[in-house]
Design a binder for this molecule. Structure first.
Ligand code: AMP
Ligand code: ZN
Length: 483
């Protein structure tokens, strides 16, 4: 399996450090607001990566943080604490909004079939871990105390920028929110490991530390949580592209200075979901949530399908028209799967192997999900029986998680309820309603056609039309709708 590694800027064969386990860390949400569908693009792609690793046979231990303290409005540790800002906005305590938005996040994930990581750790649970790391960094001269805060000294490193193949605009995202510069820093990119002197007297959460009562910086949280649960090394670290700098860059700086050796081998960054006017962000206030999509009548899984149709290393532009197209394609796909007959024949292993080869070939190539989606259509077109097709689709859906089989089963049930069968002839209403008088007329028209009385058949069709009913012939039946 080849995966692009942001740290080496090459697509390399993925080899975990330990043969029996893949250690995976994902930056989690800052729970001061709802996740927007841009954030969720990153989590969908990380979910695909985790599930595909499991699919090809790896054991995976995946850890994710919940940032409930220390993330300031600028990723460069300036501005206001996002959690405090959220609490003020809603007149609640920081812990209340942390709980509320953590629950909301996992509810969104469930709707998008995103699996909950093996370990989910709130940052406020690991204060001792951060203090241990920061103490050693102070002892070894990588950190300094200034103006009441503890900073990491980036000038101590031979190489600080690791991901410098990204364009300047992406790298700037974290630091451009127009906040005043912190004059305590020795170097522009030095970052806070521990705050004691904060601009916000009302900082809600504080802990004792060797440097005074205070709270951790955002970056140290991910290093501490990762080391607590995954030890001194890591196979894959994931996040959205805005995390590459400064967040991940700082994580590497502090972790490797602390450990004295390389920390994480693979860095996977998901490019942004943009609106036509730029990056979708929580701070801009204008963002779309899963709830909002549902209110507008979209199936959250149509959004997952939309994300899978593009490659994670390309930015993706959201528009309602694009989502409409994705929803339509998704519904058509489900309808086609629903037309397959479960139990029709024995599963043919040769066909399974041939179809799987294309699917794994796509995902082995740096998670090419759009080709993996195409592989679903190949299954439908393949010359094999329905039992084989359904078995292969169910297998692929272990990774894609589009609820293909459950939705197709539900669709079949729905169609059964909607249909009135007379012999071979099936009458279906597009809206799902049933109307015996309409169905009787459609049946009468069919009987007239069978008796070659086409004039009568046309008369009935006109009569229905005059009553606002449009009838369309479909194989082995007719469907109708109100116009
Ligand atoms: P946050 O809750 O702001 O800390 O972000 C959670 C995750 O979403 C991080 O991995 C971010 O890099 C990622 N992210 C933020 N904005 C976007 C976006 N517009 N598109 C894709 N991922 C994003
Ligand atoms: Zn992180």
């Amino acid at each position: 399996m080849k995966l692009y590694n942001s740290a080496t800027r090459t697509k390399d064969e993925f080899v975990p450090n330990h043969p029996d386990i893949v250690k995976m860390y994902t930056c989690g949400p800052t729970v001061y607001h709802f996740a927007h569908i841009g954030n969720l693009r990153s989590y969908i792609m990380e979910d695909i990566l985790e599930k595909y690793l499991r699919y090809v046979g790896y054991n995976v231990k995946r850890v994710m943080n919940i940032t409930d303290v220390g993330h300031l409005t600028s990723d460069a540790d300036e501005g206001e604490d996002k959690m405090l800002k959220g609490a003020k906005r809603e007149n609640k305590s920081v812990m209340e909004i942390a709980k509320f938005y953590t629950d909301a996040f996992f509810s969104d994930c469930a709707k998008l079939n995103i699996k909950t990581p093996d370990v989910v750790e709130p940052a406020t649970n690991c204060i001792d871990e951060y203090i241990k790391i920061i103490s050693k960094l102070m002892d070894t001269g990588y950190a300094y105390f200034a103006g009441g805060n503890v900073y990491f000294d980036t000038s101590k490193l031979e190489r600080y920028y690791v991901f410098n193949d990204f364009n300047a605009e992406d790298l700037d995202v974290g630091v451009r929110e127009g906040v005043e510069e912190d004059t305590n820093k020795r170097n522009r990119n030095d970052f806070v490991l521990w705050f004691t002197k904060s601009k916000f007297e009302d900082q809600a959460l504080k802990w004792d530390s060797p440097w005074g009562v205070g709270y951790p910086g955002w970056h140290i949280e991910c290093s501490g949580i990762s080391m607590k649960h995954l030890g001194d090394d890591l196979d894959i670290h994931c996040g959205g592209i805005d995390n590459a700098f400064p967040h991940h860059t700082n994580e590497i700086a502090q972790s490797e200075s602390y450990l004295g050796h390389k920390w994480c081998n693979w860095w996977m960054h998901v490019l942004h979901l943009n609106t036509t006017s730029g990056k979708m962000s929580k701070s801009s206030g204008e963002f779309l949530t899963v709830d909002l999509l549902e209110q507008k009548g979209y199936d959250p899984l149509a959004y997952r399908f939309f994300c899978l149709q593009s490659h994670y290393r390309k930015s993706l532009v959201f528009s309602w028209e694009n989502l409409d197209n994705a929803q339509l394609s998704y519904q058509k796909l489900i309808a086609r799967i629903a037309s397959l007959k479960p139990g029709d024949g024995e599963v043919e292993q040769e066909a399974v192997d041939a179809l799987k080869a294309k699917f794994t070939g796509a995902l082995d190539n740096d998670l090419n999900t759009s080709l993996a989606v195409t592989a679903l259509y190949d299954v439908l077109k393949y010359k094999t029986n329905d039992a084989t097709k359904l078995a292969v689709l169910a297998d692929f859906d272990r990774v894609l998680s589009l609820s293909l089989i459950a939705k197709a089963d539900a669709k079949r049930e729905e169609l059964k309820k909607q249909t009135v069968t007379a012999g071979e002839f099936t009458i279906v209403s597009e809206s799902g309603e049933s109307d015996p008088s309409v169905e009787a007329k459609i049946q009468a028209r069919q009987d007239a056609k069978k008796a070659k009385n086409y004039a009568e058949a046309d008369r009935i069709r006109d009569e229905l039309k005059a009553a606002g009913i449009e009838v369309t012939d479909i194989p082995h039946g007719a469907k109708w709708k109100r116009i």
